[in-house]
Structures are given as structure tokens and as C-alpha cells.
Ligand binder design. Sequence first.
Ligand SMILES: C[S@@+](CC[C@H](N)C(=O)[O-])C[C@H]1O[C@@H](n2cnc3c(N)ncnc32)[C@H](O)[C@@H]1O
Length: 221
Amino acid sequence: MEGGGGSPPETLTEASQLECVLPPSLEANSLKKSNWGFLFTGIVGGTLVAVYAVATPFITPALRRICLPFVPATTKQIENVVKMLRCRRGSLVDIGSGDGRIVIAAAKEGFPAVGYELNPWLVWYSRYCAWREGVQDSAKFYISDLWKVTFSQYSNVVIFGVPQMMPQLEKKLELELEDDARVIACRFPFPHWTPDQVTGEGIDTVWAYDMSTLRGREKRP
Ligand SMILES: C[S@@+](CC[C@H](N)C(=O)[O-])C[C@H]1O[C@@H](n2cnc3c(N)ncnc32)[C@H](O)[C@@H]1O
């Protein structure tokens, strides 16, 4: 019994197969379109990831218990810090060093200077600036949380903080620093310490505290 009564399944001839395939020009066009689509998605996605990666370290300090944002010291403030360092020797640390301007200024004055900063972008930028200014050997920067660093090895400590952190930092420095250390606070003073010197006005005010005076001990010559 040939054919079994039914009609045989339709087989596609070469011609009909060709009809289902897009003409070469259209196919190339749609390929081009999908390539542009991938490129566009890649660029938008990449840009979003880059913006997120750069912005996050600047935004997260605002979410911490003590919000210490990046506000760079003014030129006058730096001059006042340098004034407070006259006749001083030894190492210097800037707690929360931002873009490194205080550390670099101190290094230019001959101090071996170190900055601790939570924001990695600012640390990398500070290292670049130190290299550009030719003080990369005496100005060092580390990505660190200031509350996890011990400052006992430093003779000169600079802090441009916020009022909320000063009581806690005061206690920390009191416990850690040697008698011959000097602490320099920019813009906001420590709440309980009496400064040895004050210079500048308004937002550029800088306070200097000698640990020996705070502890009622003789200053070493
Ligand atoms: C007010 S800015 C001072 C910057 C710099 N000292 C200056 O005077 O130009 C405070 C800096 O502390 C950094 N910071 C905030 N929280 C920190 C933390 N827990 N440890 C280290 N650095 C921190 C911020 O990213 C910011 O750069």
C-alpha cells in the first residue's frame, strides 16, 4: 500500500529554504544593530559600575556612626598648621588625610609624614600628588580606619575632624601619645583639653595641645 492514503509530509525545497533566510543585506544590518546594542549596554553598564565604585567611598562616611566627610583644609588652615609646627621635630600624622594636602605640606617642611584615610581613591590620589610634588619618600599614605590605628609612634598629630568625634579621639590620644607629642586640631577644638596655642580665625582656626602640659609635666628641651 503506497502512500497510506495520506499526503506525504511536505519537504522544503532549496528554493523555499532560501525564502526563509534573510537576505544578506538585512542579516548584516540586524547583526550591526545587535552589536551596537551590546556596545551601548556595555558602556551604560560600565559607566554605572564606575560611578558606583568612585562615589561609594565618598558617600559611606555619611552612613557611619560618626560622619566625617571629605572637606579639604583651606590654604590658610594649612599655613596655620605649619605655623604650629615651627620648632617641632619628629614624625607627623594626619588622621583622616583626605587628598593628602596637610601631609604633603608637612613633608615639604622636612617632617616624615603619614596620612591614614578610609577612602582608597583619596589615598591613591594623595600618593600621586606626593609623587608630583617630589615628596613621595617622606609622605606616606595608608588606607586605614582611624579608630583602628595606634598613634603612639607620632610626635605631631594633626586632626581636621568633626565635633562628634572629638571627645572619643581625645581619650584615644590621651592613652596613646607620648609626653613630647603635640596635637594640632583644625576648625574644631577638643572639648576638655586647654590649648597651648591658638592661631587663625573662624573656619581656619587651629589649636595646638602639648601632651606634657595636659599631663602637668615639664616639657622636654
Ligand atoms: C574633614 S576631612 C579632612 C581631610 C584632610 N585632613 C585635610 O585637612 O584636608 C576628613 C577625612 O577623614 C576621612 N575619614 C572619615 N572617616 C574616617 C575613618 N574612620 N578613618 C580614616 N579616615 C576617615 C574622610 O574620608 C575625609 O577625607
